[in-house]
Design a protein around this ligand. Structure first.
Ligand SMILES: Nc1ncnc2c1ncn2[C@@H]1O[C@H](COP(=O)(O)OP(=O)(O)OP(=O)(O)O)[C@@H](O)[C@H]1O
Ligand SMILES: [Mg+2]
Length: 482
């Protein structure tokens, strides 16, 4: 039931509790939501950084896979060339062995058929030598090795050629073919077939490796590109979500502001209406008080004067007969006059205008103490020190009046304390009792407390009721001085 700057963040302090609740329902959750969305927006840049990092990772994956591919391909082609070079060396050796074997066969048998491998080997050897030299130039093996090899091969061929020439010169040649020669031809043919098969298998394996490396390379590229696209898609989704959230936050904020403006406008309307009604009520009370005072007061006073005149003029014997009725008439008239005065006092605080708020409250407290027998403590500054306008003084007086009436009607209190004090910028009235208290939430549809609150709102002050069953009641009203 608090109205004031402390409880409400945005509405000015004078706005009412109902509207305060409206605001609490509308403003605070929306405000929180908006704040959360706004703070989430601040992290949007991080997503750019994360996307860049993700793309960089994927790119480095692609680069490293390409590098691995190049290395593997180099290794495979290196292995292949190495194998070719070994094959050439093997072929050279085999050709030399063939030539030697052929020459040996010829030397032993004298048959020209044995020289066939020798003759076939010479062009082969001559073709191989430049290729092996080229291999050496490509740094497969030291050039001096090849030079040495060439020299030795030439020497060997010379030796063989000399041996063949000498043999032929000495003994001549004969036609025909020995069984050893044809067996050797078969062996050579079979080994040639087997080597071809082995070479083609090795080629197949190498081709298989190249295919696997290529497959790995393309699948890595496909996966990397896919991951990058996915990353970009996720990022654009997140970005879209952020944009949507920002739009929603903007809408919420706009709606919030609109509602706040609406609440402020309605509050201003209500305050203006309450001010108007209150002043009309006060005017009406003043008019009634004047009528009662002038008309009824005059009638009662004149009736009382007439009664006194009758009492003086009437024959004492006749008076004795009506004495009892006459006295009752005078008593009733006195009651009427007292009642009239009390009603007037209630309608228009008699001392407020003449003596000020403190004196009026003091008078009310005295009357309250006398009529209830409760302990009533009043504490207030000199009126001259209060320095508040007449309408503010009247509002505080009415609040004290209603509070005291409630104490009288409901509190069952033993003591009441009323404190009026002046602060730097406001005047504060507190009425507290040690009575039965009440459940604030259970109060509805009454006008006393609501009236107090509206009076405070008229001056943009704050109003608090603290009460709970068994714990007394405390009412605090604070009005700004200007
Ligand atoms: N000092 C108090 N001690 C105990 N209960 C109180 C006190 N002041 C108010 N109440 C409780 O709060 C309720 C609301 O008070 P409020 O002055 O608004 O209305 P009311 O006095 O019942 O009616 P009205 O003032 O309109 O004639 C009361 O009915 C009463 O139950
Ligand atoms: Mg009341």
């Amino acid at each position: 039931m608090t109205i004031g700057g402390q409880r409400h963040r945005r509405l000015p302090c004078h706005e009412c509790a109902t509207q305060g609740r409206m605001e609490a329902e509308m403003d605070l959750p929306l405000g929180k939501e908006v704040a959360q969305l706004m703070s989430a927006m601040r992290f949007r840049n991080w997503h750019h950084v994360m996307l860049a990092a993700g793309c960089a990772l994927v790119l480095s994956l692609l680069v490293s896979s390409h590098w691995q591919y190049a290395v593997s391909m180099d290794a495979i082609s290196g292995i292949k060339s190495q194998r070719d070079r070994m094959d050439r060396l093997d072929a050279l050796l085999i050709s030399l062995l063939d030539a030697e074997t052929g020459v040996r066969g010829y030397m032993v048998t004298g048959k020209d058929a044995y020289l066939e491998p020798y003759h076939a080997s010479i062009p082969e050897i001559q073709a191989l030598i430049p290729i092996i030299r080229k291999d050496a130039v490509e740094e497969a093996y030291p050039v001096e090795f090849v030079a040495g090899l060439e020299e030795k091969v030439a020497t060997k061929l010379n030796v063989l050629a000399t041996a063949v020439a000498e043999r032929r010169a000495r003994l001549g040649s004969s036609e025909g073919q020995g069984p050893g020669k044809s067996a050797m031809d078969d062996i050579r043919y079979l080994i040639g077939q087997m080597k071809q098969k082995g070479a083609s298998d090795a080629d197949g394996l190498l081709a298989e490796s190249i295919r696997a490396v290529n497959l790995t390379r393309w699948s890595t590229i496909a996966l990397g590109v896919g991951a990058m696209l996915l990353l970009i898609a996720v990022f654009s989704l997140i970005l879209r979500q952020f944009h949507l959230r920002a739009e929603i936050a903007e809408l919420l904020q706009g709606e919030n502001q609109r509602l706040e403006a609406e609440v402020s406008r309605r509050t201003a309307d209500l305050t203006a209406m309450a001010t108007y009604l209150s002043s009309v009520r006060e005017q009406e009370k003043g008019r009634l008080a004047r009528e009662l005072h002038d008309e009824m007061g005059a009638i009662l006073t004149s009736a009382k004067m007439d009664a006194s005149w009758i009492a003086r003029k009437i024959d004492p014997q006749a008076m004795a007969q009506i004495r009892e009725r006459f006295d009752r008439l005078v008593t009733q008239l006195n009651h009427g006059i007292t009642l009239k005065r009390r009603i007037i006092d209630n309608l228009r605080p008699p001392l407020l205008e003449e003596l000020g708020l403190t004196a009026s409250l003091q008078a009310m407290v005295d009357e309250f103490r006398a009529s209830t027998g409760l302990v009533v403590i009043f504490d207030g500054p000199e009126d001259a020190d209060l320095g508040i306008s007449g309408d503010r003084a009247l509002a505080l007086f009415r609040i004290a009046q209603e509070s005291m009436t409630n104490v009288r009607k409901y509190a069952q209190a033993r003591s009441v304390r009323i404190t009026l004090s002046r602060g730097h910028r406001n005047v504060r009235l507190e009425v507290s009792d040690d009575g039965c208290g009440f459940d604030e939430a259970a109060v509805a549809g009454t006008h006393g407390i609501a009236g107090m609150r509206y009076r405070v709102q008229m001056f943009r002050g704050s109003f608090v009721v603290n009460s709970a069953p068994g714990e007394g009641t405390r009412i605090v009203a604070e009005l700004p001085i200007v």
